[in-house]
Design a protein around this ligand. Structure first.
Ligand SMILES: [Mn+2]
Length: 411
């Protein structure tokens, strides 16, 4: 058996990022780029591993855009098989999703979970799923089935630390015997394992953190069960397919972290930002597609954040990058700390160091060993923090602590 298919996930059609209309169109364009590619490559089918839409309640234009891509596939007799994702699934008690509508209209085949009394029938998924696949094996073989693809809108724990509660790699392993290609979605960072687990990532950039994962896109997969050598990449583990990850067209997304530590006035920060603009801006000014630019201010400010002129900074970025959209986010430290009953106002940054020292002092004084020398320990802790922020050698930091211990505890 020879076949080829395209695997996509997390297209998030209908997402009007930052409230910018053109971003809505970008998500559709990325999807159309892939459906055009599917036609060009004459694949036998397309699989969508969830989150075709950004949300359950899409508007008419989103539906029109989805159909525009799907109709092209239908006109070329390329079947589309989809599952729902966490973003586009209907509420189980609320009936019909837009994916079900697309299914009734003949644009996609929707693989839906079994329902009983209005609720999905769920079991402990791993063992049961592997057992069910095992049980079906005989029948499948009698029917001449040579290749098995499983779609799941979930990912492997630990790929993106922020996303918790996903199955571990070990929990996926029982499926390995029964599946040739596991088409995953959900995690927007692309990854693949052991020649059978594949996650293409999000074709467009749904959040600034995704900008770093430049190799996101979709998979083009060629299968040959009779003569695997004709397709298999000798440098990659795979049984009888070759999965190539392709990057689709999308808008450039430029993200920069600007450290503010050690800057004593807003002008110093503007100078640092302008240095960055001079360095990076010219590379993007003549880009065919105007980029998105997001600058993240991080670190501890030595002055009141209220005196930062964010519009001025955005204007500077606009001049150098000619972007579609720009934003500067102030994520500098703890802006609103107000101590209980203290005479220091935490909203005033100029007193932060004094405030910090007092908090350290209070914390160490809860331990009687440190109580007699709490003032000195407050200063030691503040110094340790400074050294860590400066990224001093850990050995030096440890040595400093040892010396202070000896000095203050006589140990
Ligand atoms: Mn998603």
């Amino acid at each position: 058996m020879r076949a080829s298919f395209i695997h996509i996930a997390d297209t998030h059609l209908g997402y009007e990022q930052y409230g910018v209309r053109e971003r809505f169109n970008d998500f559709s364009r990325a999807f159309w780029d892939i459906t055009n590619e599917a036609v060009k490559r004459r694949v036998d089918f397309v699989v969508i591993a969830g989150d075709l839409f950004n949300k359950r309640a899409i508007d008419a234009l989103t539906l029109i855009h989805a159909i525009e891509g799907l109709k092209k596939l239908k006109d070329h007799s390329i079947p589309v098989i989809a599952i729902e994702g966490n973003h586009d699934r209907s509420y189980y008690r609320e009936g019909t999703s837009w994916l079900q509508f697309l299914c009734y209209q003949g644009y996609i085949t929707l693989l839906a979970p079994a329902m009983r009394d209005g609720s999905p029938v769920l079991g402990a998924w791993q063992p049961r799923l592997a057992q069910a696949l095992e049980a079906a094996r005989m029948d499948e073989e009698a029917e001449g089935i040579e290749y098995r693809l499983l779609m799941m809108h979930t990912g492997v724990e630990g790929i993106v630390p922020r996303i918790h509660g996903l199955p571990s790699m070990n929990q996926f392993q029982p499926l390995r015997l029964h599946i040739d290609y596991l088409a995953l979605g959900h995690v927007h960072k692309p990854y693949e394992f052991e020649g059978w687990m594949y996650n293409p990532g999000s074709p467009e950039t749904c959040g600034a953190e995704e900008a770093a994962w430049e190799d996101r896109g979709y998979y083009f997969v060629e299968i040959d069960t009779n003569n695997p050598d004709s397709v298999v990449d000798p440098n990659k583990p795979a049984r009888c397919h070759r999965a190539s990850r392709l990057i689709c067209k999308r808008r450039p997304f430029i993200r920069h972290e600007l450290r503010v530590d050690g800057l004593n006035e807003p002008d110093a920060l503007y100078v640092r930002l302008e240095d960055y603009c001079r360095r990076e801006g010219p590379r993007h000014q003549h880009e065919e597609i105007r980029p998105l630019v997001q600058v993240n201010l991080i670190g501890t400010l030595n002055f009141d954040a209220g005196s930062l002129d964010l519009p001025r900074m955005e204007e500077m970025l606009r001049n150098y990058f000619q972007p579609l959209y720009v934003r500067v986010d102030n994520n500098t430290n703890d802006q609103d700390y107000i101590p209980e009953g203290g005479d220091i106002d935490g909203r005033d940054r100029s007193v932060w160091h004094e405030l910090e020292r007092r908090i350290f002092e209070e914390l160490v004084s809860r331990d009687n060993r440190y109580l007699p020398t709490k003032e000195a320990w407050g200063i030691v802790l503040a110094s340790l923090k400074e050294m860590a922020l400066r990224k001093d050698d850990p050995a030096d930091i440890a040595q400093f602590l040892r010396e202070k211990r000896a000095e203050l505890l006589g140990a």
